[in-house]
Design a protein around this ligand. Structure first.
Ligand code: GUN
Ligand code: FE
Length: 447
């Protein structure tokens, strides 16, 4: 299959930050050529993108697809209450069908807003259904079941034995890791330190190293969380992760809002990847991560929307805008430029996933994960004399995403979803959350 995108502005995000006016040829799953007036034969499909802008698909490095159904069910709470009162009971109520529709709802939103790759954390059970949704929808993902073998006020259904948690993770890994030539990969996902025994965490360390896969967890998101870690383990959170040997380049940490100097040094020295989640951190009142400081230390930084019930969207345009403007009152207007956050949203995310050889920029030989923006509307005009990346980060919205291509397959064209039946997903999302809320109400009568 050959697709030619013609006559367009191509924001490559290569090392030179080249912006090219011309054509881009996709051959099967890869970008075969970028150039001016490509004269080609045997093209299966031509997309005339004159007056439009082509960018690398966004990479979000912290998402919970299993929580998409919980959008609006956990507003105005702080992290630990949000988990205990709303999220854990809802996750405990999930069934295979509800996990599937939750994932499809989230993926639909992601594709529609230009995200082509995610690092995702599922719930304890029914992760098979989420992988099914990822497989069918065409999204690129690193994902795994969440692991929880410890904790207070955790619903019984979510609390697993260490052995079951590890065994189920390995079973899923063996089935799904490298599915569709690596479009889907597995990661071990211990929830956060206070949900996991040390035995679980050290087993995860060894298994991740044996299978050469990532470990994805939450860390130092909230002051109460890090206080609990310190009480239980006698160390600061990141110091503890290092102490047990989890701190390594395959570790992707969501949040990292509250770090001391020693912890920042560990993150830098061990090559840990940090996923910054500004929307979630603000809405859960967790705090504001010291991103400019982390960037100045050359710590690999990327962006994620986190879950629908703590954001309440999965929209990279929101996250880019917030990542930039929340820092300016502290550090002055030049901090976190549009360039800086766009880099985090694309090639930065690819580096976090360990996939920067394949995605994150538009270059010949890379995978064709591509978004076409149609920025011809009131809110993004004038275009004349405006830096194109400024337009994307500060003015554009998800409504400007016209076409999304992942792995060379068109998954949305002219805003029509190609792999997801929107009307079915919206209907079943409502049916599913209705069922889960009923299930919780019934359980509460028994308690
Ligand atoms: N920490 C532990 N679990 C979660 C979760 O589901 N979401 C967020 N934002 N933080 C967490
Ligand atoms: Fe999260």
């Amino acid at each position: 299959m050959k697709i030619l995108i013609k006559n367009t502005e191509i924001i490559t995000m290569n090392d030179e930050n080249d912006i090219v006016f011309g054509d881009l040829l996709i051959e099967n799953d890869r970008i075969a050529k970028i150039g001016k007036d490509l004269q080609l034969h045997d093209i299966d499909k031509i997309i005339d993108a004159k007056g439009k802008t082509v960018i690398p698909g966004f990479v979000q490095t912290h998402i919970h697809l299993c929580q998409s159904l919980f959008r609006g069910q956990g507003d105005d709470l702080e992290l630990l209450d949000w988990l205990k009162k709303r999220i854990w009971p809802l996750e405990a109520a999930h069934d295979p069908e509800s996990v599937y529709y939750s994932a499809m709802l989230g993926i639909g939103e992601l594709i529609q807003s230009g995200t082509t790759s995610i690092v995702d954390m599922e719930t304890v059970h029914h992760t098979e259904s989420a992988f099914q949704a990822m497989a069918e929808s065409g999204i690129r993902a690193i994902s795994g079941k969440v692991m929880m073998d410890l904790g207070v006020e955790v619903p019984a259904r979510l609390l697993e034995s260490t052995e079951d948690s590890l065994q189920e993770s390995v079973n899923l890994l063996e089935k799904w890791h490298n599915f569709d030539q690596g479009r889907i990969q597995y990661a071990f996902c211990p929830r956060f330190v206070i949900s996991c025994t040390e035995n679980l965490l050290t087993e995860v360390r060894d298994l991740a190293s044996y299978y050469r896969v990532n470990v994805h967890t939450h860390a130092s998101e909230n002051l109460d969380e890090i206080k609990l870690v310190e009480q239980e383990r006698g160390m600061r959170n990141i110091v503890y992760l290092d102490h047990i040997g989890l701190a390594s380049p395959n570790l992707i940490l969501a949040h990292c809002v509250w770090l001391n100097e020693e912890e920042k040094k560990i993150i830098k020295e061990r090559g840990i990847k940090v996923s910054h989640c500004p929307g979630s951190n603000l809405k859960l009142a967790s705090g504001i991560a010291e991103v400019p400081d982390l960037l100045s230390r050359e710590i690999p930084m990327s962006l994620g929307a986190d879950g629908a019930p703590c954001n309440n969207n999965l929209d990279m345009f929101n996250e880019m805008r917030l990542a930039s403007i929340i820092q300016k009152s502290f550090h002055g207007p030049t901090i976190m430029s549009a360039q800086t956050v766009f880099r985090m949203a694309t090639i930065g995310g690819a580096k976090a996933m360990g996939l920067d050889q394949d995605i994150g920029s538009l270059e010949e030989g890379k995978k064709a994960d591509i978004v076409i923006l149609n920025m011809n509307d009131f809110h993004v005009y004038p275009s004349f004399g405006v830096d194109p990346i400024s337009r994307i980060v500060y003015s554009a919205t998800r409504a400007d995403v016209e076409t999304t291509i992942i792995n060379g397959s068109i998954v949305m064209e002219n805003r029509i979803m190609k792999t997801i039946d929107k009307s079915i997903i919206l209907r079943e999302a409502n049916q599913s959350i209705k069922r889960l809320l009923k299930r919780i109400a019934r359980l509460e009568k028994f308690n």
